[in-house]
Design a protein around this ligand. Structure first.
Ligand code: NAD
Ligand code: MG
Length: 404
């Protein structure tokens, strides 16, 4: 009944989204086979997944680990072919051996494989939001040119995808019936905290999200509200909505994953557990609904749904993202790259929590706005922003930005 087998290429297989994807895939051997698995450098984890899912090919982005991967696959007597390097990842994303690509690499490093999958007309399950922030115009052009089907995996965008009208397989908020979209935010582990209290928070506190279990980078982004900022930019590109038609509301229960408001006053919401297997099952099965292993929601146990305005003074990152989106051009790429440097420095205890938005703001002030949307220009803006942010980091000495 399930139709022809779908052949999955999973980018970022060793991560949090990677694990949730494979959990859903393993529930449906009649629907899915794994064609390719990729990781950054964790060879042992990748080979363990290969032993379980027996893909045609496995790749590490860091080419220094190629020999280790090849030898470990051979030692495990697996038929899987080893590949390495970012060009190999883009090649796998475009390869006709697979029809469904899960883009779950963290950071702008995912952009080449994400674009390649869109151009090749794959079904693209898109979790890698940073690549949308870096090159959203190019991505949407590649989706149109390749006639790809894009299903957002970010829970908010997946909710909006489910609530919007669909044209040619893709969700579109440009329909005259749609008034605006509302992105919900949990508020993260520091919701309600003052700037003074935020000054001393640690990576462990920032990564302890109240509702979701996720990779470390997105956990810090959720704590600073930069995650919501990146998601506003993501929504703009994915659904064709301007900033004036995007609202952000804090909703601490993370039960409503986002909403669409129509001109007749109706608001459609998608509700569910904070479990990414639901959004991945939507992406894998769409337009069919498939079992995801997720427990049903108990509305009575939840009891109430609360909503608040985000605190833009304590969490300036959200405002910076709106500012970058209004500026357009290369500015969102600069915001994203500076954030990647800032989060990594925070996780290494070289930058305080409040230093994250401070470093991003200073990097944005330093760099010119470039209107070009070419990939080469965007990658150049990304590289320049990383360089500037790294050098600013070394000069930031005041107590608000240096860890105690
Ligand atoms: P993670 O850190 O758990 O996993 C990241 C994966 O990317 C790993 O497999 C890692 O090997 C790979 N990777 C890291 N750097 C790489 C590089 N330079 N080149 C190639 N591969 C690289 O991250 P995650 O939480 O699974 O998030 C993945 C993406 O999904 C992020 O863009 C995140 O914002 C988005 N997302 C995640 C969640 C979630 O619940 N985890 C929810 C919404 C969106
Ligand atoms: Mg999200």
């Amino acid at each position: 009944m399930a139709g022809p087998l779908k052949r999955i290429a999973l980018f970022g297989a060793t991560g949090s989204i990677g694990a949730s994807t494979l959990d859903v895939v393993a529930r449906h051997p009649d629907r899915f086979v794994v064609d390719a698995l990729t990781a950054h450098s964790k060879v042992d984890d990748l080979v363990a997944l290969c032993a379980r899912f027996r893909p045609r090919v496995a790749a590490v982005a860091d080419a220094a680990h190629y020999a280790a991967l090849r030898d470990a696959l051979a030692a495990a007597d697996l038929p899987t072919q080893a590949m390495a390097g970012h060009e190999a990842l883009a090649e796998i994303a475009a390869d006709a051996h697979n029809d469904t690509v899960v883009a779950a690499i963290v950071g702008a490093a995912g952009v080449a494989s994400t674009l390649a999958a869109a151009s090749a007309g794959k079904r693209l399950l898109l979790a890698n939001k940073e690549s949308v922030v870096l090159a959203g115009e190019l991505l949407m052009a590649a989706v149109a040119a390749g006639a790809a089907t894009l299903v957002p995996i970010d829970s908010e965008h997946n909710a909006i995808f489910q609530c919007l009208p669909h044209r040619g397989g893709n969700a579109d908020a440009r329909d005259a019936s749609v008034r605006r979209i509302v992105l919900t935010a949990s508020g993260g582990p520091f919701r309600g905290w003052s700037r003074e209290r935020l000054a001393g928070v640690t990576p462990e506190q920032a990564c302890a999200h109240p509702n979701w279990s996720m990779g470390r980078k997105i956990s810090v982004d959720s704590a600073s509200l930069m995650n919501k900022g990146l998601e506003v930019i993501e929504a703009h590109h994915l659904f064709g909505v301007g900033t004036e038609r995007i609202e952000v509301v804090v909703h601490p229960q993370s039960t409503i994953h986002s909403l669409v408001e129509y001109v007749d006053g109706s608001m459609l919401a998608q509700l569910g557990q904070p479990d990414m297997r639901t959004t991945l099952a939507v992406g894998l099965g769409w337009p069919e609904r498939i079992e995801a292993g997720v427990a049903p929601l108990d509305l009575v146990a939840i009891g109430r749904l609360d909503f608040e305005t985000p605190d833009s003074a304590a969490f300036p990152a959200l405002g910076l993202a709106f500012e970058a989106l209004r500026a357009g051009g290369s500015t969102p790429a600069v915001l994203n790259a500076a954030n990647e440097i800032a989060v990594s420095a925070f996780l290494q205890r070289r930058l305080a929590f409040l230093g994250i938005p401070a470093l991003i703001e200073r990097t944005m002030e330093r760099l010119p706005h470039l209107p070009s949307a070419s990939l080469a220009d965007r990658l150049a803006a990304d590289a320049e922003a990383r360089r500037v942010a790294a050098s600013l980091l070394a000069t930031m000495a005041d107590a608000t930005v240096r860890p105690a």
